[in-house]
Design a protein around this ligand. Structure first.
Ligand code: CA
Length: 228
C-alpha cells in the first residue's frame, strides 16, 4: 500500500470514475475534480504527489493548469501526466512545453496509466536533490556545487557547456527542451551559438556518458529530453 495522493482532473464522468477506481485499487489516495481552478486550490490545500490532468476542461484548461503549476516554485516539482484525447503530436508537444512529465492517450488502459504513474513517481523521487544537493537519474549523478558528474560511481569529465546542458536536462526529466531553450539556459540570451552547435555538444556529451547516453532522447525537429 502506498499513501501517495494523486489528484485527478477530468470532466468526463466515466473517465473520472475509471481513474479513481484504478488508482484507489492500486493503493493510492485520490482527489478528484472536474475544474482547473479547483485543481489549483486542491494542490494548495492537499499537496498531492502527482496530478493526472485532462487537457480539455471547461474554464481553465489543462495546459494552463500545467503551466501555472510549473511556473510556481512551490509546485514546480509536482509531476503532471496529461491525458490527451486526440493523441496529436502538437497536443503532446504543447503539454511537454507546458511542463508535463508524461502523457497518456485516451482511450487508455488502466494498466498502462498505472505503469506511467509509477514510472513518473519514481523519476520524480530520483530527480529531487539529495542531502548534498546532487541530482540523480538512473546511474547518473550530477553535483552542481562540485561541478561533478558520476556514471555508475565513475567520474566523467565534461566541458562547462556539456555540464550545463546535462544539468538543464536533469532539471526536468521527461520535459522536451527546444534547442533554443537549451542555448538560452546554457549561455544566456546573448551567446551567439546556434541550434546546430547544441547538437554537436549533445553528441559529445553522449559519447562521454557511455551507457547513460541512452537517457538523452532526441525529439526530432524539436530538441532533447531526459528519459525514454
Ligand atoms: Ca475533457
Amino acid at each position: 500500500m502506498s499513501d501517495e495522493l494523486i489528484l485527478v482532473v477530468e470532466d468526463e464522468e466515466d473517465i473520472q470514475e475509471l481513474l479513481e477506481y484504478a488508482l484507489t485499487n492500486a493503493g493510492f489516495r485520490v482527489d478528484v475534480t472536474d475544474r482547473g481552478e479547483e485543481a489549483l486550490e486542491l494542490v494548495d490545500e492537499n499537496n498531492p504527489d502527482l496530478v493526472v490532468l485532462d487537457l480539455m476542461l471547461p474554464g481553465l484548461d489543462g495546459l494552463e493548469v500545467c503551466r501555472r503549476l510549473k511556473q510556481n516554485d512551490r509546485t514546480r516539482h509536482l509531476p503532471v501526466i496529461i491525458l490527451t484525447a486526440k493523441g496529436e503530436e502538437e497536443d503532446i508537444i504543447a503539454g511537454f512545453n507546458a511542463g508535463a512529465d508524461d502523457y497518456v492517450n485516451k482511450p487508455f488502459s488502466p494498466k498502462v496509466l498505472l505503469a506511467r504513474v509509477a514510472a513518473v513517481l519514481r523519476r520524480s523521487a530520483d530527480s529531487r536533490p539529495d542531502a548534498e544537493g546532487a541530482v540523480a537519474y538512473g546511474e547518473m549523478r550530477l553535483h552542481p556545487g562540485r561541478f561533478e558528474v558520476h556514471v555508475d560511481g565513475q567520474p566523467v569529465t565534461l566541458t562547462h557547456t556539456e555540464f550545463r546542458i546535462l544539468q538543464f536536462l536533469l532539471s526536468r526529466p521527461g520535459w522536451v527542451f527546444s534547442r533554443n531553450q537549451i542555448v538560452k539556459a546554457v549561455h544566456g540570451d546573448d551567446y551567439p551559438v546556434t541550434g546546430r552547435s547544441i547538437d554537436v555538444q549533445v553528441a559529445s556529451l553522449r559519447k562521454k556518458l557511455g551507457d547513460a547516453a541512452q537517457y538523452i532522447t532526441t525529439i526530432r525537429g524539436v530538441g532533447y529530453k531526459l528519459g525514454e
